[in-house]
Design a protein around this ligand. Structure first.
Ligand code: UD1
Length: 418
């Protein structure tokens, strides 16, 4: 099995171009089921995207990938498609469940494997089903599958989500685009990736308006013309490299971003005493001699993202005093903590809150992680640790970070895959 080897304490210097967002591409790929012909550019060619493409192919779409240009072309012109998302394709990537909304609204039925639990928590799909039912779908659960049907099509309605969910908002939006009449969704997630999905759906001909956490959709006949869409940058990848720069950057410049989307992250890093210079589409960052402690709570956008919690925790191990992180989105997202402790960090966990005591010197060790963001936090820890860090199970990293080693190597990091 492949591993990453990192020799720590090498100062980073250089520029990193941020890839397109995985979490925007996944729902937009699901949305391509509503279209005839789509060309997507700035697609991050990471494992989760290939899994979603495999699912779309299984359903019956034609896919062409132009690797060098990161363009994906999709044609959906078959009379009959397979309205099934099998277990083998949904179990490794929960976003597979996003084909539920488009399939039911356009093809009137779907059979989607329940994704099951995952390392960071139980992650149910009850909110996705709640929205689909409100729109008129009949739903049954049988043998681990969601069986959904809407013989006469879906009908627009008012839906208030009891709690905020990115995936459920996306599934509801996708379903509402093919429903008759007007749908009003409230208490929605409004992540930049959702706004990117909305901009794609508008190109398809949907009428969608966003008012705070309320989204109004009027079902329309969608265009059969070809849609071109350039995927938004990956704010989590950008945040990860910003933290790398804060930890050990002589000067790192991250490029191909929209800085205003990263306001929350920039504010926190500045408060911790990191040197940041931001312009509209790039940010330069360098480390400081000492960092101030900080307290954060993970929240839906525009709050601090749970997907950057593990990475920020590594920075907090270097801050003076006790920093506090409350994980408010997922119930089991501190699995990087035992591994960081093995590298010398002092972290205590009480319920959903981690107390990080710093500054602590980190030492290289052989470590392994159980999810995407936890793995990358160990890479960050390896960059500042004494001696050598070996990271196992790096397939987690490959699910979401495009050219991770290459990007870090370009900034003089000593990192290699063995
Ligand atoms: C998406 C992101 C993921 C990120 C998460 C939160 C993608 C592909 N993934 O995941 O990287 O960490 O948002 O920002 O975009 N919940 C329910 N019932 C449901 C759905 C969710 O109880 O039907 C709960 C979840 O268990 C979790 C919380 O709601 O505690 C938020 O989850 P959600 O926003 O749905 O996350 P995902 O869409 O799965």
């Amino acid at each position: 099995m492949k591993k990453l080897l990192i020799k720590g304490k090498k100062e980073l210097i250089g520029a990193i171009s941020i890839s397109g967002s995985k979490n925007a591409t996944l729902p937009i790929l699901a949305a391509s089921l509503l279209s005839n012909k789509v060309s997507l550019s700035n697609v991050p060619l990471v494992k989760d995207i290939y899994t979603m493409l495999e699912l779309l192919k299984f359903i019956g779409l034609k896919i062409k990938i132009k690797n060098s240009k990161r363009i994906i072309e999709i044609v959906n012109n078959k009379e009959k498609i397979n309205t099934l998302a099998p277990y083998r394709l949904v179990k490794t990537m929960r976003a597979g469940v996003l084909v539920l909304g488009p399939l039911v609204t356009k093809y009137k039925k779907a059979k989607i494997s329940l994704p099951g639990g995952c390392a960071i928590g139980t992650r149910p799909v009850d909110l996705h089903l709640f929205a689909l039912k409100k729109l008129g779908a009949k739903i049954k659960i049988k043998d681990g599958y969601i069986l959904a049907e809407a013989k006469k099509g879906l009908r627009g309605t008012k839906i208030k989500f009891p709690s905020i969910s990115v995936g459920a908002t996306e599934n509801a939006l996708l379903a509402a685009c093919g429903a008759k009449g007007k749908t009003v969704l409230s208490n929605c997630a409004i992540e930049p990736e959702i706004l990117d999905l909305i901009s794609f759906l508008k190109k398809l001909g949907s009428s969608i308006n966003v008012f705070g956490r309320k989204i109004e959709i009027v079902g329309k006949n969608l265009t059969k013309k070809k849609i071109n869409h350039n995927i938004i940058f990956d704010r989590i990848e950008a945040g990860t490299y910003l933290i790398a720069g804060a930890l050990i950057g002589k000067k790192i410049t991250i490029k191909k971003i929209e800085t205003k989307i990263l306001n929350t992250e920039i504010k926190i890093l500045k408060k911790m005493g990191i040197n940041i210079r931001a312009s509209k589409n790039s940010i330069s960052i360098s480390s400081a001699t000492s960092f101030k402690k900080s307290n954060i709570i993970t929240k839906p956008y525009p709050g601090f993202p749970t997907d950057l919690q593990a990475q920020l925790m590594v920075l907090m191990t270097q801050a003076k005093g006790v920093s506090i992180i409350k994980e408010d989105i997922f119930e089991n997202r501190f699995m990087h903590v035992p591994e960081l402790r093995r590298m010398g960090a002092k972290i205590e966990i009480k319920n959903k809150t981690a107390y990080i005591f710093g500054p602590r010197k980190l030492n290289g060790a052989e470590v392994m992680a159980t999810d995407l963001r936890a793995s990358v936090s160990l890479v960050l820890a390896g960059l500042i640790a004494d001696k050598r860090t070996v990271i196992n199970r790096i397939y987690h990293l490959d699910r979401g970070y495009e050219y991770l080693e290459k990007k870090l190597k370009n900034c003089k990091a000593k990192i290699k895959r063995i």
